[in-house]
Write a protein of this length. Structure first.
Length: 611
């Protein structure tokens, strides 16, 4: 530490590195707060200067090695929160450890925490809490060094009402009655693998679990648990496939938590406890590629982590690559190519949304004064994958390139990396092919949109059938048969409907004929149903409007809910009905979902909140 800091006994926490976190949390559903004690083991460094990150936390007291320490809170930033600076009551030298304890309370509006009323759950009987810390929301739940560049282990004790169960992104370590309150239970957890703060996760609710493999359980409310156990029965096979590709799984347990219907996201890779939306419960395992993606994060993201959010593509591009290599091993190379084509369409949608010249379409965007949440899109996922796929073709094929990815994981395991570090290792690993790597237009890949082609074999049938429907006149409809889609997989049926949605609305006669022949109303796969209902409403099939609104409100995944409401709202005759249904269901929605749907329906804030 600089002499001046030692002379004044002033230790700014970020001149230290967090090595371990011990958390004691009391979940208060009445006040919608966590009452906590965070004990951080910090190692003094020589040249790091920042602070502990907090956001809307009520700091009650701070101590260091058991002695009271004074502290100050800096000015509040719009999305970074408020820095916490601590003055130590003693000198410290670099390399020494100090234990800092912070007693605090979260805000009811903490951005990391979602408090659900019983009505927002499947069971309708008990409240529910879940966290979502990525990218930088952990600071609203725990005072911490909230950066992906800092990794540490953690232990936790969580007290909840006795009718509820708590789980975390860690290995379960037993539970007992709360010695302070016989109406509560304390659950214990340990995470011995160092990880960044954004992967700390907590859930409390009326949870049940079922074993689905030698190291896996599925957790959910009882309404989903049997279906989830069946849907995710291939988890161990996916884990073993990933281990063959990427090396040993180091996290011990791999559990899946299916959240209540209001959960607005697809999945989250919290270690030992992947979060999943109930809309993945298709009944035929066809949407389990999301689980393959979250499993892949156990290596790329959780074990090797982007050093800052500008390098987010290192997490997501490699994870999509590994996810699709798992699909290749379990299905076929054509299946991998087919999924890559669908991903490329998602990338084009993001580029169109941001604009082709937007810096947020760069693989490595500048996020100076940009909230990482605002930059979130498919760009780091699909542009990152496309770069890796391009390199795979140049370097000798999937087997050769997967060996590089495995070596990269081994080289940087337990650490955080930048794009330059990744690129330098790429050139070192393929030292005999540097001349080829030097011909790659790195600037174009990192800073401009780019074009790449995939094998269309599995898509050809989808393209042909969609074009036949688009070009058909009314007199041609008898040329379609029930058998048209019999040979199409669920993935191909999704692609077929996606292609139709890219065109002008089909005539109502065509859509009704499609239902007569294919009985698409009977499909419960959420991805198929979502696209089919949008197609029906777009073609102004009035009977399907209430069906579309039912799907929009019986689950709250943003990917489905907002577009369905938007389609009905665009059908002018049912515009008022869309608003009425939204207002009737708003209280049961996640605030993020409700806010974005309100904007899509042009509902005033005062109207949407009932003020």
């Amino acid at each position: 530490l600089p002499e001046k800091a030692c002379d004044t006994n002033l230790l700014k926490i970020a001149s230290c590195l967090t090595k371990h976190l011990n958390l004691c949390l009391n979940v208060d559903f009445t006040k919608r707060v966590l009452k906590g004690r965070a004990t951080l083991t910090l190692e003094a460094l020589e040249d790091r200067f920042s602070t502990l990150d907090t956001r809307d936390l009520k700091i009650i007291s701070v101590s260091a090695n058991g002695q009271e320490a004074s502290f100050t809170l800096g000015s509040k930033h719009s999305f970074k929160g408020t820095p916490l600076e601590i003055r130590l009551p003693f000198d410290i030298s670099r390399g020494q450890h100090v234990i800092v304890e912070v007693k605090y309370e979260t805000s009811p509006s903490a951005t990391a925490l979602q408090w659900l009323t019983p009505e927002q759950t499947a069971g309708k009987k008990y409240p529910y809490l879940f966290s979502q810390c990525q990218a930088h929301h952990c600071r609203s739940m725990v005072p911490c060094q909230d950066s992906p560049s800092v990794k540490h282990t953690y232990y936790a004790q969580v007290s909840v009402p006795k009718d509820l169960v708590a789980v975390m992104s860690a290995v379960r370590d037993g539970h007992e009655m709360d010695p302070q309150d016989s109406e509560r239970i304390v659950y214990r957890f340990r995470q011995p693998v160092p990880m960044p703060s954004y992967l700390i996760a907590i859930v409390a609710g009326a949870l049940e679990s079922r074993e689905i493999g030698p190291r896996s359980r599925v957790w959910s409310e009882k309404e989903f648990v049997h279906q989830a156990a069946s849907e995710f029965s291939e988890t161990e096979q996916m884990l073993q496939t990933a281990e063959k590709l990427a090396g040993p799984y180091v996290w011990g347990q791999y559990d899946i938590l299916v959240l209540p219907p209001s959960f607005p996201y697809g999945g989250m890779e919290n270690p030992c406890l992947t979060f999943a939306t109930p809309t993945l419960l298709a009944g035929d395992k066809s949407l389990s590629n999301v689980i393959a993606h979250e499993i892949s994060h156990s290596w790329t993201g959780n074990l090797v982590t982007n050093k800052t959010w500008e390098h987010f593509w290192l997490n997501e591009g490699h994870t999509v690559y590994l996810e699709r290599m798992i699909g290749r091993s379990m299905e076929s190379e054509q299946f991998r190519q087919f999924k890559a084509m669908g991903g490329w369409k998602d990338l084009q949608d993001s580029v169109n949304t941001f604009g082709p010249n937007s810096p947020l379409t760069n693989l490595v965007p500048s996020l100076q004064d940009v909230d990482p949440d605002d930059a979130f899109s498919s760009v780091p996922y699909e542009k990152g994958f496309a770069l890796l796929y391009h390199l795979e073709e140049l370097m000798g094929g999937p087997e050769v390139f997967m060996e590089f990815v495995k070596s990269y994981i081994q080289m940087f395991a337990y650490s955080s990396v930048t794009t330059d570090q990744w690129k330098n290792y790429l050139f070192t690993y393929f030292k005999d092919k540097v001349d080829i790597l030097n011909k790659v237009d790195w600037n174009a890949w990192m800073y401009t949109p780019c074009v790449i082609m995939y094998d269309t074999t599995l898509a050809d049938a989808c393209i042909a059938l969609s074009q036949k429907w688009i070009k058909a006149k009314e007199q041609d409809l008898n040329g379609f048969k029930e058998s048209d889609i019999k040979t199409l997989s669920s993935h191909q049926l999704i692609e077929f409907l996606s292609l139709l949605l890219q065109e002008d609305p089909l005539p109502l006669t065509h859509v009704k004929k499609m239902q007569d022949l294919y009985n698409l109303n009977s499909y419960m796969n959420s991805e198929i149903r979502f696209r089919w209902l949008r197609l029906c409403v777009r073609s102004k099939w009035e009977e399907m409007v209430p069906v579309a609104l039912k799907m929009a409100t019986e689950q709250g995944r943003l990917k489905f809910t907002r577009p369905l409401f938007r389609e009905v709202y665009t059908f002018e005759k049912y515009r008022e009905e869309a608003v009425r249904v939204f207002l009737a269901h708003r209280a049961a929605m996640h605030p993020v979902t409700a806010g974005l749907v309100a904007k899509a329906l042009k509902v005033e804030q005062s109207q949407s909140t009932g003020v």
